[in-house]
Structure formats: structure tokens, C-alpha cells
Ligand binder design. Structure first.
Ligand SMILES: [Zn+2]
Length: 452
């Protein structure tokens, strides 16, 4: 077993392992194996039977580990990678100050090279944590045109699947907003039949997008183009939206036809019951980002309430990390801490990764994405050690939040390619990426300081 993938037409068998066939109504296969060829799963079953059916296959040893469908991240910001440790030079005491003093300065300081390096750092972390499909929400106002294609190139070199978009905003002027719209439209059109990397429409948040821009977006939006937008992350979003634009964010987005079953509404911390009901009626996915919400001190989305209002809820990392099992654990702990109730967390949270896979499958035209079954894409996350206690469909979620989230990933397989093999990245050179990051970051941070 060598390198990043088998030759076309050859079969690979991975096992023995405990296979988890999906995150919705999972079935577990003890002492199992999975076989794939040309990026698609051929068979799943008892290890000895799968091995016997494919005697000439290449073997990948899973050491009895837990094998999950490749994980999906519904909200990432690759562009934030080089912000780690950056001193904004002044106290940032409100959400508005965090945007203005940190993220909106960092994104303006980005150039093509730092956009690429940022993406590669995040993609390497995605592979290390078993994520095989990622939705990125990008901003680089000094380099808009061509930015998504540059990121797509990094995604392709990494070997992952992605849905990319550019954050349209009027915060750098209306021309900047229109340039963002053009970038989304061009990228969506160019990639609309691409099996691995597609586009959608990105909006920063309704409060930084004018009615004129929303009108232009509604007029140019193409059929089937999903919308990825921050909503009510902080009360600021609702306050400014009402003051500057005369209506709260969801009402404005809905008025321009931007809420449907392909919409990702990120955060939603400050949405009321009526808002959540509207999201539910439109079939939009509300994306929970628990680590980011805690980090920014913006409050907490109550998952039980949102689910009771009918919302479909997914999960993202919002640039805080690339670990979906880490985010799942944070969501779980957030429910218990927020409600001060140790009985909670086992109803809504286990659904999040299933919703992620279903939405990714819809936007990438892969209805079996997120399943380990014949015909599904061969996207797998193989955890490093065998579960030390009995595992079943009934207690799988406990294994993930109490064990999986802190267990290293041994192998990551994306469309049949081993991108992480025994803990080693095969498609990207992490040391080289870090060296580039260390070289380029001082100049980026100097540009950031000048924008203060
Ligand atoms: Zn975000």
C-alpha cells in the first residue's frame, strides 16, 4: 500500500473495522470491511466475506478502528487560518469590534499567496480530522476575481470535495459587492457540473448587504444556486438590519427569495420563534457553530428550541478548527451547559452530521454521500483505535462525543484516495505549507497593522 491512491480500475479493501453505515439510522458492522473501486464503494460486510470476494485487492489495515462516513463541514473560513495569534492591537469588546478590528482587517490584507496558503493549511487539517467535504465562505476584498478558482485548485490538490462561495458585502462599497456577486456567478457557472468542487451564492450577512445589492443578487441568481449567509450571529445583525434597511435579516432575505432548501443560514443565535418557523417552512438548514459562538461571546443557539420549531440543523466550525467531531462534542456540551441539564444532548445533536451529509449530497449531486454502502462515494474517516467498550447503533453517539472526538484519525479516504495514510498526509506536504505560512505571515500581519 503506497501513495495517494490505487490505479484506476483496481480494488481496495479496508478492514477489519467496526463500520458505521451512516449518521441517520446507522447500522453497525462488527469485524467488517469495505471495498471500493474508482472512487465508489463496491461492497460492505463481514471482513472475511469482503476479502474473499476481492482476493486481488489492495489491503488497507484498519486495526479494528471505528470507520465513519467521511465527515462534512457546512461552514468554514479557510481565510482565517493565518489569524492565529494575531494581536489586533486594541481591545475588541463587542461583536462589531471583533468584525471591524480583526476579521474585516485581516480579509482586506489577504493577497493571492496568503489566500492559497490559508486554504492549504485548513485543507490539511480537514484531512487530518476525517473531513472529506467542506463548505467554505471566503472573503478577500483586495483580491476578489479569481479567488474561488484559486481555492478550488488547492481543494483539488488536497483531494477533497468542496462547495465554495465569496461573501458578498457592501462594507467595502457597492462596487465591491457587485464584484463579489460576479465572482460567485462565474464560479458557479464554471463548476456547475463538476463532481467534486461546486459553487453557491455567498453573502456576508444581511446587515452588511444593501437592498440595492440584494436586488442585484435576486435578479442574477441562477436556478439551483444555494445561498450561504451568516444570520443573527449577534443581536447587532438584527439591530443594524432594522435601522439601516428597515427590516430584520430573515425577512429581507426572504423578500428577495433567498431562503429555500439550498440555503445555509449560519448561526441563528438571535432568531426568534417566528424566524425559526420561517426557516423551517422554507426548508433552509440552520448551521450551528458552537465553538465560534462561545469564542465571540455572542450567546448560544438553543438546539432543542430550534428543533422544536421545525428547523433542520447542521454543524460547522466557522474557522475555529477543521474538526467536525470536535464541533459535535462542543455542541453536545453546549446543550448540557446551557440548559444545566445532564439529561439533554442525546436528541438533536446526533442528527447534525446526518443533515450535513444530506445537504452536501444534494449540492454535489451525490444522494448517497455520507453513507457507507454500495454505490456511495468512497469517502471514509477511520479512527485510530478500536472502541474499548461495546459499541452499537444505540450508543454510537456516546462513543463519538466521549471518545471519537479526541481519538486521532488513522486514515482519511476521499473518493477512494487515501489522503491520510497511517496518520501521514499523502496529497499535501504539511511541513512545506507551514514553512510558507511562517514566511508569508509577517508581511500579512504588517498589512493588517497598517489597516488599523
Ligand atoms: Zn462564519
Amino acid at each position: 500500500m503506497t501513495g495517494a491512491g490505487a490505479a484506476a480500475g483496481s480494488t481496495t479493501v479496508l478492514g477489519p473495522a467496526t463500520l458505521v453505515t451512516g449518521f441517520r439510522e446507522p447500522r453497525l458492522v462488527a469485524d467488517g470491511a469495505v471495498a471500493w473501486r474508482d472512487g465508489r464503494i463496491l461492497s460492505v460486510g463481514e471482513a472475511s466475506a469482503v476479502a474473499a470476494a476481492h482476493p486481488d485487492a489492495r489491503r488497507v489495515e484498519a486495526h479494528g478502528g471505528l470507520v465513519l462516513p467521511g465527515l462534512v463541514n457546512l461552514h468554514h473560513h479557510f481565510y482565517s487560518s493565518l489569524g492565529r495569534g494575531l494581536d489586533p492591537g486594541r481591545p475588541l469588546s463587542t461583536f462589531g469590534e471583533i468584525l471591524d478590528g480583526l476579521w474585516w482587517r485581516l480579509d482586506r490584507a489577504l493577497d493571492p499567496e496568503t489566500v492559497r496558503i490559508s486554504a492549504e493549511l485548513a485543507l490539511a487539517d480537514c484531512i487530518r480530522s476525517g473531513t472529506t467535504t467542506v463548505f467554505d465562505h471566503h472573503a478577500s476584498p483586495s483580491f476578489i476575481r479569481g479567488s474561488l478558482e484559486l481555492i478550488a485548485g488547492a481543494v483539488e490538490r488536497a483531494g477533497l470535495s468542496a462547495v465554495l462561495c465569496y461573501e458578498i458585502t457592501d462594507r467595502n462599497g457597492h462596487d465591491g459587492a457587485l464584484a463579489g456577486l460576479e465572482e460567485n456567478l462565474e464560479f458557479f457557472d464554471r463548476r456547475r457540473a463538476d463532481p467534486r468542487v461546486r459553487g453557491m451564492l455567498g453573502l456576508h450577512a444581511a446587515f452588511t448587504v444593501s437592498d440595492e445589492t440584494l436586488g442585484a443578487i435576486a435578479g442574477r441568481r441562477v436556478d439551483g444556486m444555494g445561498c450561504h449567509v451568516h444570520v443573527a450571529e449577534d443581536a447587532l445583525d438584527i439591530r443594524v438590519s432594522k435601522l439601516a434597511h428597515g427590516a430584520p435579516p430573515l425577512e429581507r432575505l426572504d423578500g428577495y427569495g433567498l431562503l429555500d432548501e439550498r440555503t445555509l443560514a449560519i448561526h441563528g443565535v438571535h432568531l426568534g420563534r417566528d424566524d425559526r418557523g420561517l426557516l423551517a417552512r422554507r426548508g433552509a438548514v440552520l448551521v450551528h457553530c458552537p465553538e465560534s459562538n462561545a469564542n465571540n461571546g455572542v450567546g448560544r443557539l438553543d438546539l432543542d428550541d430550534a428543533a422544536a420549531d421545525g428547523c433542520r440543523i447542521g454543524l460547522g466550525t466557522d474557522g475555529m478548527s477543521s474538526s467536525m467531531l470536535g464541533a459535535l462534542r462542543a455542541a453536545f456540551l453546549g446543550v448540557r451547559a446551557g440548559r444545566r441539564d445532564p439529561r439533554r444532548g442525546f436528541t438533536v445533536v446526533p442528527e447534525l452530521l446526518a443533515v450535513n451529509a444530506e445537504l452536501a449530497g444534494r449540492l454535489l449531486g451525490e444522494p448517497l454521500l455520507g453513507r457507507i454502502e454500495p454505490g456511495a462515494p468512497a469517502d471514509l474517516c477511520v479512527l485510530d483505535q478500536a472502541p474499548p467498550t461495546p459499541v452499537s447503533a444505540a450508543n454510537l453517539f456516546a462513543h463519538l462525543v466521549y471518545g471519537g472526538a479526541t481519538t486521532p484519525v488513522r486514515h482519511t479516504v476521499a473518493r477512494g484516495r487515501l489522503l491520510l495514510e497511517d496518520g501521514r498526509l499523502t496529497s499535501l506536504d504539511p511541513a512545506a505549507i507551514v514553512a510558507e505560512a511562517r514566511r508569508a505571515t509577517p508581511e500579512l500581519w504588517a498589512r493588517f497593522a497598517d489597516l488599523g
